[in-house]
Design a protein around this ligand. Structure first.
Ligand SMILES: NC(=O)c1ccc[n+]([C@@H]2O[C@H](COP(=O)([O-])OP(=O)(O)OC[C@H]3O[C@@H](n4cnc5c(N)ncnc54)[C@H](OP(=O)(O)O)[C@@H]3O)[C@@H](O)[C@H]2O)c1
Length: 234
């Protein structure tokens, strides 16, 4: 059996990834705060803003469930927070965005790398963003999280050369996150019109199409050769 662990599985890109991965021969574990009863996968309802218990649960589960032909962790969950200047952000929301977007992937990656050491083929896919590579006003924490995820991936690739490790910008996808960006107050978020334009111009991919592209990318024999990647450069 091939193991896939996908965070942020309840909607958007994560749900589409889980739906497409749930085929015979794969065991899929989804992690999010909410369940999607329609998803054909084992789902753990966990708040990744409190990442330590989530990492401990994954650790115990991986110790109890072994013998995988391959193992893949997809750190997909992220929390954008209301677009606006950092100085006007709620403290609790800011803390949660940093924890979900960076602390949780670091802890889950640590557990994954340690507990799957005997598995022949391992892949760690961090879902990053173009905003980890280009700064944008109104989403400072999100930009920092994604830049951090890129650099975490670079360092892990040096530590674990036997594991395919990629931090991937997935393109622009028509999910709740885009809705939040174009629905933001332009007085607080200077790029609101650009995000509205992406929707109006039909430039957003569906979550299903984005997931299919990402899974094709994941299946490439050279997955991990380039640590920092953008799906649009394929
Ligand atoms: N959409 C885009 O255009 C775009 C562009 C670049 C990068 N990305 C990246 O792609 C990934 C998926 O984005 P998306 O657009 O699918 O986002 P989304 O629609 O907002 O979905 C986010 C997912 O993360 C989960 N999540 C959020 N907070 C959580 C928490 N505290 N604990 C556990 N799970 C939590 C959500 O589940 P619950 O709410 O049930 O917890 C949901 O399943 C993210 O890493 C995002 O940064 C997206």
């Amino acid at each position: 059996m091939h193991l896939y662990i996908v965070t942020g599985s309840s909607r958007g890109l994560g749900a589409a990834l889980v739906r497409q991965l749930a085929v015979p021969g794969n065991a899929v574990v989804g992690i999010a705060r909410r369940l999607d009863p329609a998803l054909p996968a084992e789902q753990w309802t966990l708040d990744l803003a409190d990442p330590l218990p989530a990492a401990e649960r994954l650790q115990a589960w991986l110790r109890a469930n072994t013998g995988w032909a391959s193992a893949t962790l997809v750190n997909n969950a992220a929390l954008l927070g209301a677009p606006g200047p950092l100085a006007a952000s709620g403290l609790a929301e800011l803390s949660a965005a940093l924890r979900v977007g960076l602390e949780a992937p670091a802890l889950l990656s640590r557990v994954f790398l340690a507990e799957t050491a005997g598995v022949a083929r391992r892949r760690l896919l961090n879902i990053s963003s173009g905003l980890g590579r280009r700064a944008m006003a109104g989403s400072a924490a999100y930009c920092a999280v994604k830049a951090g995820l890129d650099h975490l991936s670079r360092a892990l690739a040096l530590e674990a050369p036997d594991v395919g490790i990629v931090s991937l910008a997935p393109g622009v996808i028509d999910t709740d996150m885009q809705l939040q960006l174009r629905g933001a107050d332009p007085a607080r978020f200077p790029e609101q019109a650009r995000f509205q334009g992406l929707k109006d111009g039909g430039q957003l991919q569906t979550a299903d199409a984005a997931a299919a592209d990402i899974l094709q990318f994941l299946a490439r024999p050279d997955f991990g050769k380039t640590t920092i990647a953008d799906i649009r450069d394929r």
